[in-house]
Design a protein around this ligand. Structure first.
Ligand code: CP
Ligand code: NVA
Length: 300
């Protein structure tokens, strides 16, 4: 039986804990030069642009001894209408695992149903689980614990927020999400996350959400595929910015996180992004280590 990673919930708390520990070890240089993916090829099928996910996977696969194979719809027959099912069946005859970045989450599930090798979600409209692994690793690294950590997510209830809710449910975070009405995270994911160990509250007031927070987190107001709504979204989210006034509500040693790319002056001020509380570049680096630990676990 192959194991897919389409949403964070696909892994249990113990497995996530193991990945974080292993990722911290890999970052510190454990088993450098050990090549568990030797002779293996991992596909990267990307329907949206990417800087971090693509490059951290390509480099991570190479560092583990494997070969990354990057594909886009325009350069494959998908762009000319070959079905998801046929593509998945064919690619899994060549590859040992596939990372897919796409729009509809249902398409990713369809792909995984027809794939005979593990499928990893490299971001869909609904989830961004690889991001959540690196987020948890970064919180553990900076704060020394996850259970009971107070995390405030300010902004759009999007894929990053959904995966963060699942992270709360699995690892016992106390998560406050502040978003405007109509931009809440996915209700089914919220229910699932609430069935777990953590606590997830949906609030309107960013200052209330950030009260005594250990971590303040945000993401873009306009996700990939939402460009047509950009102006409306900028209006709706204007009060949902991480800035110095908001951070006064949080704990003095609060850390600021952002999955990147960031739009300075929109969801976060340049001052805060570049300031001493920001850990965003460590968080971006941790994508590499966390995904290497994930690949070691999934690719047999
Ligand atoms: N955070 C993240 O997934 O970035 P990319 O879109 O650059 O991969
Ligand atoms: N929510 C953003 C995340 C980018 C990494 C998007 O989907 O575009």
């Amino acid at each position: 039986m192959t194991k897919d990673f389409l949403r964070l919930w696909d892994l249990g708390s113990e497995e996530i804990g193991d990945i974080i520990e292993r990722a911290i070890g890999l970052k510190a240089g454990a088993d450098a030069g050990k090549c568990p993916l030797i002779g293996k090829s991992i596909g990267l099928l990307f329907e949206k642009p990417s800087t971090r996910t693509r490059i951290s996977f390509e480099v991570g696969i190479y560092q583990l001894g494997g070969q990354p194979v990057y594909m886009t719809p325009a350069e494959t027959q998908i762009g000319r209408g070959e079905s998801v099912a046929d593509t998945a069946r064919v690619l899994s005859r060549y590859l040992d695992g596939i990372v897919v970045r796409t729009y509809e989450h249902a398409k990713l599930e369809d792909f995984a149903r027809h794939s005979e090798v593990p499928v990893i979600n490299g971001l869909s409209d609904l989830h961004h689980p690889c991001q959540a692994l690196s987020d948890l690793m970064t919180m553990k690294e900076k704060k020394g614990r996850l259970e009971g950590l107070k995390v405030a997510y300010i902004g759009d209830g999007n894929n990053v927020a959904n995966s963060l809710m699942e992270a709360a449910g699995r690892m016992g975070l106390s998560l406050n999400i502040a978003c405007p009405e109509g931009y809440e995270p996915d209700p089914d994911t919220l229910e699932l996350a609430r069935s777990g160990r953590g606590e997830v509250l949906i609030l309107r007031d960013p200052k209330e959400a950030a009260g005594r927070a250990d971590v303040v987190y945000t993401d873009v107001w306009v996700s990939m595929g939402q460009e047509e709504e950009a102006e409306k979204r900028r209006r709706k989210f204007s009060a949902y910015q991480i800035n110095s006034s908001l951070l006064l509500c949080a704990k003095e040693d609060v850390i600021v996180m952002h999955c990147l790319p960031a739009y300075r002056g929109e969801e976060i001020t340049g001052e805060i992004l570049e300031g001493p509380r920001s850990v965003v570049f460590d968080q971006a680096e941790n994508r590499l280590h966390a995904q290497k630990a994930l690949l070691e676990m999934l690719i047999k």
